[in-house]
Unconditional design. Sequence first.
Length: 369
Amino acid sequence: MQSLQISPFAHFTLRWPVAGVAVLIVLFVAWAVCRRHSARKTLLPGADVPPAWTLDDDMSGSLVDKRYRRWLRWNKAAVALLAAAGIAAAGLCARPSTIDRDTTDAARRDIVLCLDVSASTLPYDAQILSTYQSLVDHFSGERIGLSIFNSTSRTVFPLTDDYSLVKDQLEYASGLLQHVTSQESLDSMSDTDFNNLLAWLDGTENVTDASSLIGDGLVSCATMLPEFVLNADRKAADSATSTADRTGMILLATDNMTAGTELYTLQQGMDLAHQSGIAVDGLYAGDPSLVYSSEAQEMQNLIQTNGGVYEAATSDDAVDNLVRDIDSRSKASDETSQRADLRDSPALLLAALALLWMLYLAIEGALKR
């Protein structure tokens, strides 16, 4: 993101100018009333009253007291400072604001993080979530969603560019799973931690006698993308949202160990994603000793055949390779957009008010001595 450099006084505005004017009017009325009340206390001599000599008369000659004249000047300065402080207070009530204009390079990619949370992958999911977090740190402008699946799927959060929410959700999930390494670790968890984990996994085991239905999980993740088209007779460009011209991607993390009857096989899920123009990258999430198993090899072949990147989560280059692949995929060039934010900017007037008030108090204190 590149910010336009502007003068601190450029694009300055008052949100509530009427409030500022109202405060000025109130201050003026209060001053006028006080002055009138003070004038009424002054006794004007009548026609039959002999003239009275005042201190001004005594000091209007050559023996003018310089200290008295200085006192008059400081008194006028105090009044001026008090008036200026009133104007500053009125300005604060008018709510001074500035318009900040930013230029942003907005990526036009939608990425769904698709995580297998079956029993065989759960001990390794904390590492997958850590990889997801590292990927998010490289993103700027992409919309991100997270779906978890076992026999059924649950959307943890839909596509969003609120990166603080994304990071909070990933950190929370990683914290839940960081100590899950085996069945024994589950048995030794506190009741609170175990219940929190069950609540997070709720909705992923709604089909009995089945687990890790990879193809179904992949299709569920694909449906989160506006680019997804289920009907094979239609093209992705025919979808209602295709005019957005965004690139849809799925980052599938699983060990491809299916148990049970699927509605969609992994092959069918990949075909549906491919016909919708959705790219699928893969992360192996499972026992490292099975990284070359037939199931893992099938997943790798299907992903690479469809142009995706396949990585083991333990690979040192996994994040860099995935980031390069994501950056290389876009239906349209990333666009530069401008954003204007109206922000409160009371600092200058607050500082001025504080300075004026301190000077007034200092002069007022000197006048009383």
